[in-house]
Design a binder for this molecule. Structure first.
Ligand SMILES: Nc1ncnc2c1ncn2[C@@H]1O[C@H](COP(=O)(O)OP(=O)(O)OP(=O)(O)O)[C@@H](O)[C@H]1O
Ligand SMILES: [Mg+2]
Length: 255
């Protein structure tokens, strides 16, 4: 469903992804872990067409989507939706307007039908009846769930989640994990989840990949990652400051 073949991406002479290749199968939930600044969000942006690879091939649902063209962007937009790292809700719009945004803007559905779909998606994320609230009225966990409802309303076949659990208490965080699992099953979606949180990674992943210094250094099932003998993987999953991992500040190699 998603494939990277030898993908390179850099910014101003600094390479962030270096020859990255992986494949996410249809219906799979892939979790990407790695320290801050290792290119996890960049990877998601390459999949959803917000960024373009410098070299290599990005495939989404059987089609090469780079270099970008009007057709490749349309192909991706039809299939992929993303829950952004910081929610990215419109502060001046209500929950209803936020969740229904794409349909209000782009579809010819009636207002009543859109309202019905908004209510359905809010129910999926346990936020029924919050249509009239504004982002300023919401807690962090509620904002994440509104963001999720907004992403789900277009019935994407591929969902990308950037740090869906960050900043949430453990109980709310686990509720988000349950939502990721239940919606991906119910809507038969392929998902890529970026997270630092290993409890969430183990709970939602079919497979986990770890990014470090621009490369994918490990891929495996939660059990395989838990049992990994790679000292970099061990340092990360055990959350130790001391170890072989590149410091976050030095992470991206200067060419
Ligand atoms: N648009 C951009 N212009 C220049 N540099 C960028 C851009 N986007 C990302 N980068 C750089 O690419 C590197 C990887 O960024 P990315 O956002 O993918 O990190 P991340 O792994 O998601 O980190 P975090 O866990 O902190 O979110 C960083 O060094 C960042 O500064
Ligand atoms: Mg990020």
């Amino acid at each position: 469903m998603i494939e990277f073949r030898g993908v390179w991406k850099g910014f101003e002479g600094k390479s962030v992804l270096r020859d990255v290749s992986f494949r996410v199968e249809r219906g799979e939930t892939r979790v990407i872990i790695g320290q801050s600044g290792q290119g996890k969000s960049v990877t998601l942006k390459l999949i959803c067409g917000l960024m373009e690879a410098d070299q290599g091939t990005v495939l989404v649902d059987g089609r090469v989507v780079n270099p970008h063209s009007r057709e490749s962007i349309a192909h991706v937009r039809e299939r992929v939706n993303m829950l952004f790292q910081f929610g990215a809700l419109f502060d001046s719009l209500s929950v209803r307007e936020n969740v229904g945004f794409t349909l209000f803007e782009k579809s010819s559905l009636s207002r009543a039908e859109i309202n019905r779909r908004v209510a359905e998606c809010l129910a999926m994320v346990n936020l029924s009846g919050t249509e009239h609230l504004f982002p300023a009225d919401l807690s962090g966990g509620m904002k994440k769930r509104v963001g999720l409802a907004r992403a789900l309303i277009c019935h994407p076949t591929i969902m990308l989640y950037d740090e869906p659990n960050s900043g949430l208490d453990p109980v709310t965080s686990d509720l988000i994990n349950d939502l990721i699992n239940s919606t991906s099953r119910r809507l038969a979606m392929t998902s890529v989840v970026v997270t630092h949180d290993m409890a969430s990674a183990y709970k939602v992943a079919d497979r986990i990949s770890m990014l470090d210094a621009g490369e994918l250094i490990a891929t495996g099932t939660p059990e395989e990652i838990r049992a990994s003998v790679d000292p970099r993987v061990r340092q990360f999953i055990e959350g130790r400051a001391e170890g072989p991992l590149t410091s976050g500040l030095r992470a991206a190699t200067v060419e």
